[in-house]
Design a protein around this ligand. Structure first.
Ligand code: DGY
Length: 325
């Protein structure tokens, strides 16, 4: 009998060609994993799952008694209940090391878009309203030589710091669980606490993973600490931000603008209040979504899956404790 694999929201399914005939793959896209009958049925025999943002919790694990590995096609793995998986001997993997530059480009891109009001002014031109010179109400704000506060100086945070330092002569502050000496040396980044970072930064860029410590990291108090002229950028996960508090801060003009790639609930509903603000730039969680990088990620995710299924240690194993059980 062939070994069953589930591919869940894996767009570039060509990557599955790495799997030989001893595997049978069932592909699921855009389904509700809690209720879809075919998916729930496939779980019973599945030894491996490869895909994007599947909530792997106790409930799912109970329905998948043969599961050996869940290979996330993303670097973030907040969708995996790692402790629960480790207890049951299920490996978890992710795809770091191939998407940092691409994601940093995108996040720096939305920062620039918000500061220079690019989407708003694009709409102004395309809607035929560019009939005379701009008014001061349409002027933007500079990015170069300003202060950028990065919350979460991991690999992507560092790649953003690199762009800010070498390309835009920005002054960089950062807040992280641990000091990032390399970023301090290379990009002249200064380590500081969250409060001074929020008070001093012209741009606050949130890049931290979502954990129990970072959930709602940006709330009412944090937005109040920011400069009224500051721009907030979120390239982490939606749940790191209290969206109600962000909306209130925008309404009360406690911050100047926001640039968001991630949301508490994705896809973002078309009537979401954040969409009413011309000074909020939105993109649909596209940090890593280029042809080149998505292909690298999908190949790496399938490579991790295959190693786990063949009894080898996957390159990007998140829960090595699973091997000591
Ligand atoms: C990641 O890799 O975590 C990206 O945000 C895509 O989910």
């Amino acid at each position: 009998m062939k070994r069953k694999i589930i591919a869940y929201n894996l767009v570039l399914t060509d990557a599955l060609e790495q799997l030989d005939d001893s595997f049978e793959v069932e592909i699921f896209d855009g389904i509700n994993p809690k209720t879809d009958h075919a998916f729930l049925h496939a779980l019973k025999d599945a030894e491996g799952i490869v895909g994007l943002a599947l909530p792997v919790d106790k409930e799912l694990l109970e329905k998948a008694p043969k599961l050996k590995i869940v290979s996330n096609n993303s670097t973030g793995y907040n969708n995996l209940s790692i402790e629960e998986m480790t207890q049951r001997g299920v490996m978890g993997t992710n795809t770091p090391g191939v998407l940092e530059d691409t994601t940093a480009d995108a996040i720096f891109g939305i920062l620039l878009a918000a500061a220079r009001r690019i989407p708003e002014l694009d709409h102004f031109v395309k809607s035929g309203n560019w009939k005379q010179h701009l008014t001061t109400a349409q002027y933007a704000v500079d990015v170069h030589h300003k202060t950028l506060g990065i919350i979460g100086m991991g690999k992507i945070g560092s790649a953003i710091a690199k762009r800010a330092h070498f390309g835009f002569d920005m002054n960089i502050l950062y807040y992280n669980r641990t000091r990032n000496i390399e970023a301090e040396g290379k990009y002249n980044a200064t380590y500081c606490d969250l409060e001074p970072l929020l008070k001093q930064s012209d741009f606050v860029c949130l890049m931290t993973p979502l954990t129990s410590e970072t959930e709602n990291l940006m709330g009412e108090q944090e937005f109040k600490l920011m400069k009224k002229s500051a721009i907030f950028v979120n390239g982490s996960r939606g749940k790191t931000v209290d969206e109600e508090a962000l909306i209130a801060a925008l309404n009360q003009k406690e911050i100047h603008a926001a640039a968001l790639d991630v949301y508490r609930s994705e896809p973002l509903s078309p009537d979401h209040p954040l969409l009413q603000f011309p000074n909020v730039v939105t993109t649909p969680h596209i940090g890593s979504s280029t042809f080149e990088t998505e292909l690298k990620m999908a190949n790496l995710a399938v490579e991790n899956l295959l190693s786990g299924l063949l009894g080898q240690r996957p390159k990007n194993l998140i829960n090595p404790d699973v091997l000591n059980r």
